[in-house]
Write a protein that binds this ligand. Structure first.
Ligand SMILES: *[C@@H]1O[C@H](CO)[C@@H](O)[C@H](O)[C@H]1NC(C)=O
Ligand SMILES: *[C@@H]1O[C@H](CO)[C@@H](O)[C@H](O)[C@H]1NC(C)=O
Ligand SMILES: *[C@@H]1O[C@H](CO)[C@@H](O)[C@H](O)[C@H]1NC(C)=O
Ligand SMILES: *[C@@H]1O[C@H](CO)[C@@H](O)[C@H](O)[C@H]1NC(C)=O
Length: 408
């Protein structure tokens, strides 16, 4: 189609493919998959209007930032759907039959950026009585490829085509590898992080103390649960409240355990390097919401308290025995996670023209449900929550959460 101009075609790989793990590299196809080898792929695409509100325009002020978002998002999503970044392998057996399997070798998916040459509008696609097939089909990558050709062609192609007033995002997915249910599971996983946003919630000294007192009172204690544990639980409960989960579903919270003061003897005050590791609190969604602030805060407290000198040392020993690196795929999915600490000296910097007024995160390792903790400039604790726009908005509507929060 003359109206469509290809800007670029590239290969996108899973962000943190584990090069050395081979045990899950080969995936066999089933009798549901194999009959589809001689057919074509699944090809579906969604037409979106271009951003309209000022907020959206500010966020996606250029097409290239949308494309960059989609590419990054695709790469991260492939971590969870790594067969889609692989290839089919066919083997000729001695009895002259052929076997097929998926090799999750991270050879890469195809990513195509195209522009409809400034002439095609949403109306050109939606208004004709008969679907303008030549035009619509030109929005799809890997046209004419059979599923069995997945031995050399990508199993997944994504094409993003810019129209005058819209954006067409399509996926071509090898049908011997996935059906419609899996296709939409993938599509929706891939293109929802798009709206990841950060929002700052301030907990003043007074409100922090209030939450701490409340959490301790609920479990019949006076001073066991810390302000930070009470605040993190308060945030966690609001995030989960907005999700309407099955009460029996397990939810997770990753906390950072500082090793510096846990070791006997403690590390020297100026020890330079890393001395933190992670610990996870697991509760049922129902218990988190119905157990008040005290229940989960107490679980956090108990988990942290388990990390004695011995436990901190055994972490080092067991890591050496079975080393593992953090990857986007290894982080417990659905877990909320903390980073930073209210104890960091953030506002002590004064270069001679006054103290800083605020601190913010960069984009590195910006992940869904990441909760960054900072001291407030005026005392108290700031939380920077990184969540979907919908969840942040629902938290803003959650009066139990907002009652103790000062927010913009
Ligand atoms: C496989 O095919 C070859 C060549 O067509 C033939 O010579 C051979 O007998 C076949 N083997 C079996 C096990 O059918
Ligand atoms: C962390 O961020 C870097 C880029 O800053 C990225 O390459 C890496 O995949 C991210 N890791 C995780 C676990 O999100
Ligand atoms: C994650 O949460 C979603 C709902 O928010 C749920 O459907 C899914 O099963 C959860 N996954 C895990 C691994 O708990
Ligand atoms: C938050 O409240 C506003 C105003 O009542 C409403 O329009 C919006 O849909 C709510 N958002 C969520 C995610 O609950």
């Amino acid at each position: 189609m003359a109206d469509i101009q290809l800007i670029s075609t590239s290969s996108v790989k899973a962000a943190s493919h584990k090069e050395c793990s081979t045990h899950d590299q080969r995936i066999e196809l089933t009798p549901w998959d194999l009959p589809l080898l001689l057919l074509g792929p699944i090809q579906k695409g969604l037409l979106f209007p271009k951003p309209k509100t000022t907020q959206e325009i500010r966020e996606y002020s250029s097409e290239s930032s949308i494309i960059q978002h989609l590419r990054t998002s695709l790469s991260r999503t492939l971590d969870f759907f790594n067969p889609l970044a692989g290839r089919l392998v066919s083997i000729q057996n001695e009895d002259n039959t052929t076997s097929y399997f998926i090799d999750c070798d991270n050879a890469g998916a195809q990513f195509v950026q195209a522009i409809a040459n400034g002439v095609v509008t949403i109306a050109d696609i939606l208004e004709p009585i008969y679907v303008p097939d030549r035009l619509v089909h030109s929005f799809f990558p890997l046209n004419g490829v059979l599923n069995c050709e997945g031995t050399s062609k990508p199993l997944l192609g994504v094409q993003v085509t810019e129209l005058v007033d819209g954006i067409f995002i399509v996926c071509t997915l090898n049908h011997a590898v996935a059906d419609g249910t899996s296709f939409w599971h993938f599509f929706n996983s891939c293109f929802t992080p798009l709206s990841l946003k950060e929002r700052i919630f301030h907990f003043t000294k007074e409100k922090s103390a209030e939450l701490k007192t409340k959490a301790n009172a609920e479990i019949g204690m006076t001073n066991r649960v810390s302000s930070l544990q009470a605040i993190l639980t308060h945030c966690w409960r609001s995030v989960i409240r907005t999700q309407n989960l099955d009460p029996n579903q397990k939810v997770y919270f990753n906390l950072l355990i500082g090793a510096r003061t846990r070791l006997h003897p403690p590390l020297p005050e100026n020890y330079f390097g890393n001395a933190v590791y992670g610990g996870t609190v697991t509760v049922k969604a129902g218990d988190l919401l119905e157990g008040g602030l005290g229940h989960a805060a107490w679980e956090m407290n108990k988990m942290v308290a388990l990390h004695t000198n011995e436990k901190a040392r055994s972490f080092l020993e067991s890591w050496v025995e079975s080393p593992r690196l953090f990857t986007a795929g290894s982080v417990v999915r659905n877990a909320s996670s903390t980073s930073s600490s209210p104890r960091f000296n953030v506002y002590g910097n004064d270069f001679g023209w006054g103290r800083p007024v605020a601190v913010r995160n960069g984009a590195a390792n910006r992940t869904h449900r990441k909760i960054t903790v900072f001291p407030m400039a005026e005392g108290g604790i700031d939380i920077e929550a990184c969540l979907s726009l919908e969840t942040l908005e629902a938290m803003g509507n959650d009066s139990e959460f907002m009652d103790v929060v000062t927010s913009n």
